[in-house]
Write a protein that binds this ligand. Structure first.
Ligand code: UDP
Length: 323
């Protein structure tokens, strides 16, 4: 089995992917600076604590292991913070990725699967969004991810890099066995915030806008289970010799904020305290994926298509979380 370096493998999507690959018999190594990730999420997989901005450490890791391919999740991803501190985002996300690519190429490693995002599209011009949708990010976070996608295309042409960038919609849920799940500090994502409000760990959930032009007035998003994302990374790894480019990962099913709250109430059997707030700047009313290209290229189909089942795994994690 190939030796895969999972950069950012202690984070939310990275740790689910590392465990998924390890279970399938891949030889995995996690590289993480543990600035956002959790060592406990890595389990028994070897963990190298290093920062992508530290070239010497990166080179030492590539010298130490005979790596065949890289999956790269490491990035700062808070939209608001990226507006306030764009330098932090360009340095970490863009310069860090450049260091990684240059070290890979210097060691003869040409294969990379990358964690991109629907934030590279910006405001939707049509729905569902396919990969040809114009890319015009509306914040520095999305801009850094788009810059990296472009860097991959240039490196592919010039140096023979083989890459697949996976543009996630809203990652959600937790491992079915409950051993790992979402744990951001601070938490900003809807589902964990709703579950924490239900569990009494927060006073309430603030609904950002109930006056959108949607069936119930709240925003529609495409929630994709983290284990479906993990499997898409495995499939992408296997396709790198045949395809290079970008693929959307979503269910294609729009779900509103109120539907998430209702699903969480059904799963937990408890009421969620809510407060209606104004709209959050930059939030489009609707965002959901056309996922047909990923289905065609990877042979991938999301297994979690029922929002209650997705929320149930997150609730199980919230009730038993270890970090
Ligand atoms: N949202 C909300 N209250 C919160 C956090 C999020 O109403 O405390 C809404 C947000 O406006 C968006 C949806 O929930 O419509 C998903 O937001 P999240 O931050 O989880 O992901 P995003 O879509 O921004 O990447």
């Amino acid at each position: 089995m190939p030796k895969v370096l999972i950069v950012g493998g202690a984070g939310y999507i990275g740790s689910h992917t590392s465990r998924h690959l390890a279970k399938q018999g891949y030889d995995c190594i996690v590289l993480d600076n543990l600035s956002c990730g959790h060592a406990a999420a890595v389990g028994n997989i070897p963990l190298e604590k290093a920062d992508l901005l530290d070239m010497a450490s990166l080179q030492a890791i590539f010298d130490k292991y005979d790596i065949d391919a890289v999956i790269h999740f490491a990035a700062f991803s808070l939209v608001g913070e990226s507006v306030a501190q764009p330098g932090k985002y360009y340095r970490n996300n863009v310069c860090g990725t450049m260091n990684l690519l240059d070290t890979m190429l210097a060691h003869g490693v040409r294969k990379i699967v990358f964690s991109s995002t629907c934030a590279t599209y910006g405001q939707p011009h049509y729905l569902p969004m396919d990969e040809k949708h114009p890319q015009a990010p509306i914040n520095p976070y999305g801009q850094t991810k788009l810059t990296i996608e472009k860097m991959f295309a240039d490196y592919a042409r010039a140096y023979g890099l083989k890459y697949i960038a996976l543009r996630y919609f809203n990652a959600a849920g937790a491992a079915a066995d409950g051993c790992i799940g979402e744990s951001h500090h601070p938490e900003s994502h809807l589902i964990p915030l709703v579950l924490q409000a239900i569990a009494g760990k927060r006073e309430n959930i603030k609904i950002f806008g109930k006056d959108y032009d949607t069936p119930d007035g709240t925003c529609l998003r495409d929630y994709i289970h983290v284990e479906d994302l993990a499997e898409a990374h495995r499939l992408a790894l296997e396709k790198l010799d045949l395809f290079q480019g970008c693929l959307n990962l979503g269910t294609g099913i729009p779900t509103s904020v109120l539907e998430i709250i209702r699903a969480a109430e059904n799963v937990s059997g408890k009421v969620c305290p809510t407060v209606i707030e104004g709209r959050r700047p930059g939030d489009p009313a609707r965002l959901y994926a056309d996922n047909r290209k990923a289905a065609e290229i990877l042979g991938w189909q999301p297994q979690y298509t029922n929002i209650e089942e997705i929320v149930r795994t997150a609730w199980n994690w919230e009730m038993n979380r270890k970090f």
